[in-house]
Design a protein around this ligand. Structure first.
Ligand SMILES: [Zn+2]
Ligand SMILES: [Zn+2]
Length: 367
């Protein structure tokens, strides 16, 4: 697996003076510029320029090819973790080590690199994250809706096989389809994923043009989603098997949908209970009242307030909250006593009279 080992040792991006996010076109540009500068024709008898030119060519060989670049990124991403169990013996071992240690690391690394791409046998697809914005009522009552998202799906051309239509994958000649290779190296006995098939057990001679042999492609798709009654803002729903397809008969990943629930102009939520603020007049609060209160299902209910109902007091209407299969929440009504903004002469007179008659001291406890 010298290719992969080399990939880990060398930062091709640095060699070409670009970075991981640089677009393909810019990479080509940068390569051409450097290649001209260090070309042996313009630098005769200059060994270091020649070395540099070789490095540049090797780097562009990988980064200039879309699928090889992707593989390279993947290998380098997986790379350092291959050493996590070895006391942090980092990448310096790679460049400093003798051939033995390099072979050893190459083995370990080969194993690690291919595990991220596909260990022998089925490999589960990735989970996909998406979000949906829901109307308050839809979130409370539940709704079936469609979700538009762009994600990896099975390649339509090869139906996921990765082989050009009309051809099929061949049993890997190196590992005879077992996906692993056993090697004795002195005191070590290795069993590592096959380097030719990357542990898949089969190789593709004519890769599908659409997916370049990956078996998947990125495509916009529509997913029907059943939002259960009572989802709350920020809640995540898991749709089993609606993520990206698995490889080698592996299970597909799951789709996680985060629900953003829009506010309602009247009702709020406290878990499975709905909340409502109810404005009442001073007289209603003092004398008590029977008030019609709206509910989310459209039918109003009658709420009886006792005399001396306090502002901020909470009143429960049983069963008028969020209904789920198991139970129903309540509607919690909070009383707001509204002080009139304007009063007429007659009201003014009566209230002044009331003030005179009033005997209750409301501030005795703060004196
Ligand atoms: Zn394909
Ligand atoms: Zn193989």
């Amino acid at each position: 697996m010298t290719a992969q080992r080399e990939w880990f040792e060398k930062d091709y991006y640095a060699v070409l003076g670009v970075n991981k996010d640089t677009a393909a076109k810019e990479i080509t540009k940068s390569y051409r510029k450097l290649a001209r500068k260090y070309h042996p024709d313009t630098n005769p008898n200059n060994a270091s320029a020649e070395e540099k030119f070789k490095d540049i060519s090797a780097a562009y060989d990988v980064l200039g090819d879309e699928s090889r670049r992707r593989e390279y990124d993947e290998v380098r991403r997986a790379g350092p973790s291959a050493f996590s169990g070895h006391g942090g013996a980092g990448s310096q071992h790679f460049s400093a080590g003798g051939s033995d240690i390099n072979d050893l690391i190459g083995q370990m690394f080969g194993g690690r690199g291919s595990r991220s791409r596909g260990t022998p046998g089925p490999q589960r697809g990735n989970d996909v994250e998406a979000s949906i914005t829901l109307d308050f009522v839809d979130a409370v009552q539940g709704i079936t809706t469609s979700l538009h998202l762009t994600s990896e799906v099975q390649c339509q051309t090869c139906l996921g096989s990765g082989s050009k239509p009309g051809t099929s994958a061949k049993r890997c000649a190196l590992c005879a389809g077992r996906g692993v290779i056993e090697e004795d190296q002195g005191p070590f006995a290795f069993s590592s994923p096959c380097s030719r098939c990357n542990g898949r057990g089969s190789t593709i001679d004519s890769p599908c043009k659409n997916c370049k042999g990956l078996g998947t492609e990125v495509r916009a798709r529509e997913v029907n989603v059943r939002i259960p009654a009572g989802v709350d803002n920020g809640q995540k729903i898991r749709l089993k098997g609606r993520g990206t397809p698995g490889r080698g008969n592996g299970q597909p990943g799951d789709l996680f949908v985060t629900c953003n629930v829009l506010a309602h102009h009247l009702f709020g939520r406290e878990g499975k209970n709905l909340t409502l603020r109810l404005p009442v007049t001073f007289s209603e609060a003092v004398l008590g009242a029977t008030i019609e209160v709206p509910t989310l299902d459209g039918e109003s209910v009658v709420l009886r307030l006792k005399p001396s109902t306090q502002p901020g007091s909470r009143h429960r209407v049983k069963g008028k909250g969020i209904q789920s299969a198991q139970d129903a929440g309540d509607l919690i009504v909070t009383v707001d006593v509204v002080v009139p903004k304007e009063i007429n002469k007659q009201e003014q007179k009566v209230i002044e009279e009331l003030a005179r008659l009033s005997t209750e001291s409301v501030r005795s406890h703060i004196k």
